[in-house]
Design a protein around this ligand. Structure first.
Ligand SMILES: O=C(O)CCC(=O)C(=O)O
Length: 246
C-alpha cells in the first residue's frame, strides 16, 4: 500500500524514492551478478556500451539471466507503485542493468520509450514507468539519476540537449533503495566522477495495452516460463492478449 503522501509525490513530482526495499544480501548478489554478466557480454563481443569511451553498459533481458532477477522483478514494494501508476494489469517492458563505470559522462535528460515518438500533447496519465534499483549508494559523485520533478506535466515539450535546467535534481540515496520514475519525467543518468562502478537495475514497466521494449515471448527461455509464478507470467505479458484464438 502506498501512503497518501507517496501517491501525491507520484502525482505531483512524478518520482518517488523508496528506501530499504532490497535486503543487503540481495543487493550484493544482484550487483555481483550484474557485473559478471556485463563482463561476460564484453568478452563475448556483445557488450551494449554507450556514452563515450565504453564507460556505460547495459545488460538486457535480465529475467532470463538468473532466478535472483526473476524474484527481484516481482518485488511487492516496487510493484505496488507501478500498479498505482500503470494499472493492476501492468506489464514488464524491459529489465536491464545500467552500469556506469568511472568516467561515464552525463547521459542527458530524456523521456522513456515510446513516449518521445508520440505526437503532442502526450497523454496526461502515466503510460510507462521505470524503477531504478540502487545497488550502490547513489551520490552526486557517482552518477545518481537526475530528474526534473513535475516535468511529466510538460505534455508538449521535450528536454533540449545541452540545456542546463535549473530545476534538475540528482536523486541520491542508500543502496537497497528503488526510485520510481514516471517515464514522462525528464530524467537520465549523470556523470560518474568516482573511482568505482555505479550499478543500477532498471525495471521498466508499461500499461498492458502497450508493446513492451523487449519481446519476452521470444527472449525468455521455456524453463523460466515453466517455473514462473502467476505474477511473473502476467508481467511477461501472458494475460494481455485479449483474443488469442485461431
Ligand atoms: O541509470 C540511471 O540513473 C537512469 C537511467 C534511466 O532511467 C534511463 O536510461 O531511462
Amino acid at each position: 500500500m502506498l501512503t497518501t503522501s507517496q501517491k501525491s509525490q507520484l502525482n505531483e513530482n512524478g518520482i518517488l524514492l523508496l528506501t530499504n526495499v532490497i535486503s543487503l544480501e540481495t543487493t550484493l548478489q544482484l550487483r555481483e551478478r550484474a557485473l559478471e554478466l556485463a563482463s561476460a557480454d564484453k568478452k563475448a563481443g556483445k557488450g551494449d556500451t554507450y556514452l563515450s569511451n565504453d564507460n556505460a553498459q547495459r545488460v538486457w533481458n535480465l529475467v532470463d539471466k538468473g532466478e535472483v532477477f526473476e524474484e527481484a522483478i516481482q518485488n511487492p514494494h516496487m510493484l505496488v507503485a507501478m500498479e498505482y501508476l500503470l494499472g493492476a494489469d501492468c506489464t514488464l517492458s524491459s529489465f536491464t542493468a545500467n552500469i556506469l563505470y568511472p568516467g561515464a559522462v552525463d547521459a542527458g535528460l530524456h523521456i522513456d520509450f515510446p513516449l518521445s515518438g508520440l505526437p503532442t500533447p502526450r497523454p496526461s496519465f502515466p503510460m510507462v514507468a521505470n524503477s531504478v534499483w540502487f545497488l550502490d549508494d547513489f551520490t552526486t559523485e557517482n552518477g545518481a539519476t537526475s530528474c526534473v520533478p513535475g516535468s511529466h506535466k510538460r505534455l508538449k515539450s521535450l528536454p533540449e540537449a545541452g540545456v542546463e535546467y535549473n530545476d534538475k535534481q540528482q536523486i541520491c540515496g542508500p543502496r537497497g533503495s528503488v526510485l520510481i520514475v514516471n517515464g514522462a519525467v525528464w530524467h537520465g543518468s549523470s556523470e560518474n566522477m568516482s573511482d568505482t562502478p555505479r550499478v543500477a537495475l532498471l525495471g521498466f514497466f508499461c500499461r498492458s495495452i502497450l508493446k513492451p521494449q523487449q519481446d519476452h515471448f521470444n527472449l525468455v527461455s521455456e524453463g523460466v516460463i515453466e517455473r514462473a509464478t502467476p505474477t511473473l507470467k502476467r508481467l511477461l505479458g501472458y494475460n494481455s492478449i485479449p483474443n488469442n484464438r485461431t
